[in-house]
Design a protein around this ligand. Structure first.
Ligand SMILES: [Zn+2]
Length: 464
């Protein structure tokens, strides 16, 4: 009997890692980093032998879906990797950046430990740049959306557009076992019906079993239009008052969406005398990949590209690659819009901008993405009065805005609309969500649909 064991992304929003076993074939769907309070668990054993995996399928290039792949390679993975072209390109820059951050953190810890004589206690980095490079020498196959591929004579896989970030896919596995046909879909992360840059999520190809992400299973987002208005207003009010805006942003998708909105604001004449900084080397690299795949963007944005109008550029925009240029932003006293990582304020350049500006009531922090529990971003969103930055307790006086409608994740209404037309769907397994939100989502689905719904526990095995 085929089985799926969820080694990560079950009962939590990060660390997606699902092992599918069909007869003797082992397929791993995603291998993500565990983020937030339990980050140290990334060092734990996967729970399976990395060398025994035949195929690794990557749904998209967010760290919580690919962040442990170099560790998988370090521990002996020798199989074949499947993703879309854009996902492979994105994964490369994301993982190199991750390896660099791990190395920096390791060196900082070593320096501190040496002073205490405890350097032997410092753990090696989870992986290094060499492991990332080794991963890209593994056998790889880039697939287009809706291009079926036979993994074996009895297992066929296909990617479909997930409308989440550039290149993102949900995965369909169609296989036969004991004369029965099974059709299992892993949603990866899916986007809502309205997206700024991408075509919306493709319909579900009527699977029998669905592993469904439930990040926002407890809520309905404001409409995209309302959210963009809210975002623009937060920026305009702050600029009018002579303040500055900090946007902690994820390097993939959200940054490019913000650039596209700011591009339009520039065209409307709303950004006069302001300075926009994209202060993230990773986001600058990711934006180049968006510029490389215009055909993967939706019609409206694709049209701008074909007319030679770069949706991710405008005269006020400055890209600050070098550290000294990032520090120089501190000299801009008003009308600065600073887009910097990390999106949940767990590291990166956004921290020094927060230290410089979060105490000033004229300024605003605009959160445009999900904030995992245990991150600084979540603390700020939850209304902490003080935040600790570089060893200093700093009072939060800046205005804090949370714009959820720009989310790259579908809300509960979108997800229900996605599964509703699937007459053959027998089981929905909820993954990738916070436990209390998943309970609410389960109740919501059961109120509207007769399908069986189960919340997957960490390391639980589901028999198909
Ligand atoms: Zn994602």
């Amino acid at each position: 009997m085929a089985k799926v064991t969820c080694y990560g992304g079950a009962g939590m929003v990060t660390g997606s890692c699902h092992l599918v076993e069909i007869l003797s074939i082992k397929i791993l769907v995603d291998c993500g980093m565990i983020q937030g309070q339990t980050w140290e668990e990334n060092y734990d054993s996967f729970g399976f032998d990395a060398g025994s995996i035949d195929y690794l399928i990557l749904t998209h290039a967010h760290a919580d879906h690919i962040g442990r792949v170099p560790k998988l390679v370090k521990e002996g993975f020798k199989g074949e990797i499947f993703a879309t072209k854009a996902t492979f390109d994105m994964a490369y820059i994301m993982l190199l950046d991750s390896a660099m951050l791990l190395q920096e953190e390791y060196e900082t810890q070593i320096r501190k430990a040496l002073r205490r004589g405890e350097e032997a206690l410092v753990k090696e980095p989870l992986y290094t740049k060499e492991h990332v490079e080794a991963l890209f020498t593994c056998k790889r196959r880039a697939l287009c959306f809706e291009e079926p591929f036979a993994l074996t004579p009895f297992i066929r896989m296909s990617f479909y557009n997930a409308g989440h970030i550039l290149g993102s896919a949900f995965v369909s596995l169609l296989f036969e076992e004991e004369n029965l046909t099974h059709h299992v879909v892993f949603s990866g992360d899916i986007g809502g019906k309205e997206r700024l840059l991408l075509s919306p999520l493709s319909p579900l190809p009527n699977p029998t079993t669905l592993f469904l992400e439930s990040t926002y299973g407890d809520r309905e987002h404001r409409s995209l239009k309302e959210s963009i208005e809210e975002f623009k207003n937060a920026i305009l009010e702050t600029l009018e008052e002579g303040g500055n805006v900090i946007i902690p942003s994820f390097a993939l998708e959200r940054t490019q969406e913000i650039l596209w909105v700011l591009h339009q604001m520039h065209k409307e004449g709303l950004l006069r005398h302001s300075h926009v900084f994209l202060d993230s080397p990773l986001a600058i690299e990711a934006t180049k990949i968006y510029q490389k795949y215009p055909a993967d963007l939706n019609q409206e944005v694709g049209l701008h590209v074909s007319l030679g109008d770069d949706p991710f550029d405008f005269p006020q925009l400055k890209l600050t690659q070098r550290k000294k240029d990032s520090i120089a932003i501190n000299d801009v006293t008003k009308k600065a819009i600073i887009i910097a990582g990390s999106g949940m304020c767990t590291g990166g350049r956004v921290l020094h901008h927060l230290k410089q500006r979060i105490w000033n009531p004229k300024n605003a922090i605009i959160f445009v993405g999900f904030q995992v529990k245990g991150t600084l971003g979540r603390d700020i969103v939850d209304g902490e009065n003080f935040v600790r930055l570089y060893g200093e307790d700093i009072k939060v006086r800046a205005k804090v805005h949370t714009i959820n409608g720009l989310s790259a994740h579908a809300d509960r209404k979108d997800m229900l609309a996605w599964i509703k037309p699937c007459g053959g769907l027998q089981n929905v397994y909820l993954i990738h969500g916070e436990p209390e939100k998943m309970e609410l989502f389960k109740t919501y689905i059961k109120a509207h649909q007769e399908t069986k719904v189960h919340i997957v526990m960490p390391k639980e095995t589901i028999y198909i």
